[in-house]
Ligand binder design. Structure first.
Ligand SMILES: [Zn+2]
Ligand SMILES: [Zn+2]
Length: 472
């Protein structure tokens, strides 16, 4: 078998090939970690929160904390590995002093989830890969996703009008209206796509709310790879959430939706998912992944693991995939030879600016409002747009025959559901408040059979209601 030398050190035999370049294990680890470290030092703000500083340069009294949403994917494991490496380095060079500490946060959905996470975390903590001193700078937190509803001070029942697409909210009380949980919400979603869209928001909200409530956390370090960010960008476009792209990639400005308390950093945005997978395999971190399968495509001696069995499974599943999964599959498929498409999507997204808000309008209600569900700025009135493209009003009943058909329909299951919906709608329109939804959330709500959902009332009070942590 012919061997090739690593293109970086030109000494060791190459073990893998990424974006047409040959690497040995050691040079590849250095290459991937340097990309992350570079983005962690991208400007003065971030430099100050990661570097060891002395005297008057000290930021936050030397208690700079970095929040890392941690989901046991190859991305979060490799990001943590680089961070622990940096902490070890600082600790040695500055005799026990480091520039920052880490707060890791995992959001879980069920008890089964929690047990798996707990066990995996214990394994990682006792891994021979790290010595105990590195963990001295790391705190681990677990939050149950149900906190999203349970910790909310006030819940509201949001109802969409089936004809003119406007929305009203009425108060929801668990005591009289019934318990509302993450599972209730996800069960009511009409498809995996809406479910996925809601879930992404819920996790993001918990992470940001948790950060908002901690002292001295000015940075959330998100572990998304370039591949994942590209699929998010495409997903946002397809879901009619294109206006959110700019803010979803913004690492320069403080997060305005959460009181300007922190910035969002994406230090893996120049690294492909396949590169992070390879990083984990070389470092021996692949055994600590959860709900995630590491791929070994980049290795020169990689055997074809895509057996006919998994191939047929893939074909069968395409139909049921969410938009994000489809975009991911597309990027997965092209990652090898056409990985520059992925970086082009990301770079284009990164250059986008948020749409301009029309200030000429004297009507303050539109143009600058926030979506009551996903908190994003609403730039155009989606209700008006939807009214213009949809014909939603029924034809009035005129003959006896039509009346009998109508009565039959009313007695059917759909008819009864509709009856229930109309009662709720009338109640909301008599007693509720006007609220605004963005286009993406209006479409989600319209897809739910009953065109309603329960959601926390998002205001500064909601942000202060304490998230209960699960103690390990
Ligand atoms: Zn090398
Ligand atoms: Zn929305």
């Amino acid at each position: 078998m012919t061997t090739f030398k690593c293109k970086r050190c030109k000494e060791t035999d190459a073990t893998l090939k990424s974006r047409k370049e040959l690497f040995c294990d050691a040079c590849f680890i250095k290459f991937v970690s340097m990309k992350q470290r570079k983005l962690m030092m991208v400007d003065e703000f971030y430099r100050d929160h990661f570097k060891v500083l002395y005297g008057k340069d000290l930021v936050d009294d030397g208690k700079s904390k970095i929040l890392v949403p941690f989901d046991f994917s190859s991305s979060s494991l490799s990001a943590l590995d680089v961070l622990l490496g940096l902490l070890k380095e600082q600790n040695m060079q500055h005799r026990g002093r480091v520039g920052f500490t880490l707060e890791l946060l995992t959001v879980f959905k069920s008890d089964e989830d929690r047990i798996n996470i707990e066990n995996m975390w214990k394994e990682l903590r006792s891994s021979p890969l790290y010595d105990e001193s590195a963990w001295g700078f790391v705190n681990y937190h677990m939050v149950n996703a149900n906190n999203f509803f349970e910790s909310a001070k006030e819940l509201q029942h949001i109802v969409l009008h089936d004809q003119d697409f406007t929305t009203k909210a009425i108060e929801w009380r668990n005591e009289s209206d019934g318990e509302y949980s993450i599972q209730t919400l996800l069960d009511r979603c009409p498809n995996r796509n809406t479910r996925n869209d809601m879930w992404i928001f819920i996790v993001k909200h918990i992470v940001k709310k948790f950060t908002y409530q901690q002292e001295n956390i000015k940075v959330i370090l998100w572990c998304q790879s370039m591949t994942k960010m590209a699929d998010q960008i495409i997903g946002l476009v397809v879901k009619g959430r294109g206006a959110q792209i700019a803010s979803s990639l913004d690492s320069e400005n403080a997060d305005a939706e959460y009181g300007d308390r922190f910035k969002n950093l994406y230090p893996l945005k120049n690294t492909l998912l396949s590169q992070l997978d390879a990083y984990c395999i070389i470092r021996g971190l692949d055994k600590y992944t959860l709900n995630y399968e590491v791929k070994s495509d980049l290795f020169l001696n990689a055997t074809d693991t895509d057996t006919s069995d998994t191939k047929t499974k893939n074909i069968r599943l395409v139909k049921n995939m969410t938009i994000n999964e489809l975009a991911r599959k597309y990027f997965d498929d092209i990652e090898g030879e056409y990985s520059n498409i992925i970086s082009t999507v990301l770079r284009t997204g990164d250059k986008l600016k948020p749409p301009k808000i029309e200030t000429s309008s004297t009507d303050n209600h539109h143009g600058s409002s926030k979506c009551a569900i996903c908190l994003n700025t609403i730039y155009d009135d989606p209700a008006e747009w939807l009214r213009n493209i949809a014909v939603n009003r029924g034809h009035p009943v005129e003959t006896e025959e039509e009346q009998s058909y109508y009565d039959q329909w009313k007695a059917s299951k759909i008819g009864l559901q509709n009856e229930e919906y109309l009662t709720l709608r009338n109640h909301a329109w008599d007693n509720g408040n006007d609220i605004d939804l963005c286009y993406g959330c209006t479409i989600n709500l319209n897809g739910i059979k009953t065109k309603e959902l329960v959601w926390p009332k998002n205001d500064s009070e909601e942000l202060q209601s304490v998230l209960a942590e699960y103690e390990l």
